[in-house]
Design a protein around this ligand. Structure first.
Ligand code: FES
Length: 175
């Protein structure tokens, strides 16, 4: 379970957000925001993929496990996907991811899907700023290490917890 709920964020907390943007629309829009000199929160690290349908849920879980406080996925508007229906796949995956995150005790607002076309640089600015503020309010994502989860399951206490250890989320390689 996430330890973030109910804990106040440190005053100097700066959210780390991984933004996974579709090459054809949202990534181009982020470029447009830059060339239009629209400034937005520097808390995002943008990863370009060819389509939002390329975003495997494991990418999101890995980002959260490795230290991101939130993940923003940007894709083409419905019916504008260059690969026909990749964005619909993304929508279905994010819906499932939200359910999964809630089961882990992680706020679903930490993962956000937005449709942003290539001409909407101003929308990139708005969404990034909004999400940064939202994650700032939620505070850092503190994930319970896998060992602590196993200790709890086995009837152990909090003493097995070590914040420096990898988090108990995802299926691939958490050790
Ligand atoms: S090509 Fe942009 S979401 Fe599929």
């Amino acid at each position: 379970m996430s330890e973030s709920k109910g804990m106040s964020a440190p005053a100097d907390f700066e959210p780390r957000i991984v933004a996974i943007f579709c090459n054809w629309c949202t990534y181009t829009a982020s470029d447009l925001a830059g060339t239009s000199r629209l400034t937005y929160a520097p808390n995002v690290r943008i990863v370009r993929v060819m389509c939002s349908g390329r975003v495997d849920p494991q990418f999101v879980l890995t980002a959260l496990r490795e230290g991101a406080d939130g993940v923003l996925i940007g894709g083409c508007h419905p019916n504008d996907c260059h690969y026909q229906e990749g964005n619909y796949k993304a929508l279905r995956r994010v819906t499932l991811l939200h359910r999964l995150l809630e089961q882990f005790g992680i706020e679903k607002e930490r993962v956000r899907l937005e449709w942003i076309s290539a001409s909407e640089g101003d929308r990139v600015q708005k969404v990034v700023n909004e999400m940064t503020e939202q994650i700032r309010r939620l505070g850092p994502l503190r994930l319970e290490p896998l060992e602590a989860r196993e200790a709890h399951a086995a009837g152990g206490g909090d003493e097995a917890r070590s914040p420096a250890e990898p988090a108990a989320i995802g299926t691939g390689g958490a050790a």
